[in-house]
Design a protein around this ligand. Structure first.
Ligand code: 13P
Ligand code: SF4
Length: 326
């Protein structure tokens, strides 16, 4: 039996005390202690996306980041087991890049509205309608859709990826808004699909104007999955990692992050002296991951992510081409 001070949960509480009241902590502590012990027993590493809740992000994750960082870290992971605290496409990307590892996702239902918006058949039809035009696929897609693509991109590298192809036109799928937002920054013509992120499509330009009126001096950061008129009203647009590093470097005294709201909680914890305005749009898929099911995943080694090798070989190529550019 560990004494109180030897319990990892006791050591991690100071990191999240601004976000989790002491009275609620015992409900998390047992799972945190169990997860830390299981990680050692299984030789496992936990990769957590920036949208994971503070008790996951700050207390049990080994590596945190945006989709691009998680892909890179997954590729270099030495542990036998990778637990992906994020959504299914992120776990698939980890498996593609490090196929000899066991990749676990704590809830198989953690999907993504963008990944749901397009099928491999849709991509094949798009290619037929636009012969010779390369397909650039956002990582928020299934491995089967990636397999139909020339190259992948994330919100952190989309412009560089498109421009690296040296062509006049690309098909960029499936996020219509991300594609339009990137098209506004480059000379390359972008053919779009009609997928949307169910979290970011809810932000409106009117909401940004109201935020500015109600919170004078506020700095508005937005994820490029937001509609273009929202980005037009924002001070900065970038991936979750880019928004986080904007706050680290520029330290705006009053700030709003137009993105999934657990991300604001995580960044606010690191900057207790800054004022965060927090409109709360939750991603129901990210919310499916909990301490309880991370613990269960490590106890039972479920749910293991597998990808048909014929699909995986082609999908891997598209992701590796991306990583070779940026
Ligand atoms: P990032 O790659 O910017 O972390 O975005 C992933 C995502 O799902 C945003 O909704
Ligand atoms: Fe998908 Fe949007 Fe959730 Fe990101 S926030 S995982 S894009 S549904």
């Amino acid at each position: 039996m560990l004494s109180t001070l030897e319990r990892p949960s006791e050591r991690s509480y100071p990191k999240v005390r601004h976000a989790i009241p002491a009275i609620e902590w015992p409900a998390f502590a047992d799972d945190i202690d169990a997860i830390m012990a299981l990680k050692e027993r299984r030789n496992a590493v936990i990769l957590a996306h920036n949208y994971q809740t503070p008790e996951i992000f700050h207390c049990v994750a080994d590596i945190v980041g945006d989709s691009l960082a998680l892909a890179r870290e997954a590729m270099n992971a030495k542990a036998d087991v990778i637990v992906l605290a994020g959504v299914h496409f992120m776990a698939e990307t980890a498996k593609l890049l490090n196929p000899s590892k066991t990749v676990l996702i704590p809830d198989l239902g953690a999907g993504c509205s963008l990944a749901e918006s397009i099928t491999p058949e849709d991509v094949r039809l798009l290619r037929q309608s636009h012969p010779g035009v390369p397909v650039v696929t956002y990582v928020n897609t299934s491995a089967a859709v990636k397999a139909e693509s020339d190259i992948c991109c994330t919100s952190g590298n989309a412009k560089e990826i498109i421009e690296s192809l040296g062509v006049e036109r690309v098909i960029m799928l499936p996020d219509e808004y991300l594609a339009q937002n990137i098209a506004a920054q480059t000379h390359v013509k972008v053919i779009t699909w009609t997928g949307h992120c169910e979290v970011h499509e809810r932000f409106t330009a009117q909401e940004v104007r109201e935020l500015r009126e109600n919170h004078p001096g506020i700095v508005v950061l937005a994820h490029p999955e937001c509609p273009p008129d929202v980005l037009a009203e924002a001070d900065f647009a970038g991936s979750t990692a880019a928004m986080s590093s904007y706050v680290d470097k520029r330290r705006p005294p009053r700030v709003v992050l137009l993105t999934e709201c657990s991300m604001s909680d995580n960044v606010a914890i690191q900057h207790p002296d800054l004022e965060f305005i927090r409109p709360c749009n939750l991603c129901p898929h990210m919310r499916k991951i909990t301490l309880g099911n991370i613990r269960h995943a490590l106890e039972t080694m479920q749910h293991e992510v597998t990808i048909d090798e014929r699909v995986a070989a082609r999908a891997r190529l598209a992701v590796e081409r991306m990583l070779a550019v940026k």
